[in-house]
Design a protein around this ligand. Sequence first.
Ligand SMILES: C[S@@+](CC[C@H](N)C(=O)[O-])C[C@H]1O[C@@H](n2cnc3c(N)ncnc32)[C@H](O)[C@@H]1O
Length: 273
Amino acid sequence: MALAPETIRERVGQRQHWYHTLELAPGVVTPGWFDLRPVAGQVLPASLAGKRCLDVGTFDGFWAFEMEKRGAAEVLAVDIVDPRAWDWPITSGDALVDILEDRKQGGRGFEIAAEAFGSQAGYRECSVYDLDPVEHGRFDFVFMGSLLLHLRDPIRALERLRGVCAPDGTVCTMDAIDPTLTRLFPRKALAQFDGEGRPWWWMPNIAAYERMVRAAGLEPVGSATPVRLPAGAGQPVVKPSRRALTSREGRRLLAATRKGDPQAWIHSRPLAT
Ligand SMILES: C[S@@+](CC[C@H](N)C(=O)[O-])C[C@H]1O[C@@H](n2cnc3c(N)ncnc32)[C@H](O)[C@@H]1O
């Protein structure tokens, strides 16, 4: 039985932080960190009718639900709900882990949204590194968003996506890029390294991003397309200040507030081995 909009509204209000902006009932919208609704139509095929689909690192499940809306026959969403099991640099403290654990609430966002949508999407705890065609089968469409940045070994993760993609299937990744390195070096594969205090590792330019995909045995279909991820109502607005303007991170945050988070998406096909 469908949940009443008042029940959904009450459940949405029980969570202070949402990663995704989701309209769970008419006029009941989660205050997400990002509002990816304008982006989904550019990145996903118009129809996924009859396809077996995978969403890796699903968080509140926006991409899994979008795949379902496009007619997927089956959607599996995987995630690691305990932030302690993510790839952290050794310099990270407990404070940020605790904040993220609070935001994640053991995957409660996905649970609330799935019930509100009457979704049939499956949810499993699994690291991208552990995706296995024997255990999980193969998928016609594999999606992974905003996760390569957070992985110590992004190429291994891409190899795993390739491993669970059907031979005639598609892998779609959308991830953080460095816009300055992309502008200054359109053909040279370069990346900026973070690795300090937070689970942020490599931010490639577009040339490096395409090279990473190829290095994992995936053949890009066309080039990577830049996109800006719009902030949602849950993301604090960064105002220009001396402090913001005098640090690289401050300038990055200001630009992200104004223009959205810089990313690029790419569709690719698994190379036969
Ligand atoms: C920045 S969020 C991106 C959420 C969503 N994929 C999107 O594109 O909007 C990163 C997600 O990846 C998950 N994650 C972190 N490490 C992971 C890993 N090794 N395997 C699978 N998921 C992971 C986190 O729990 C979180 O849900």
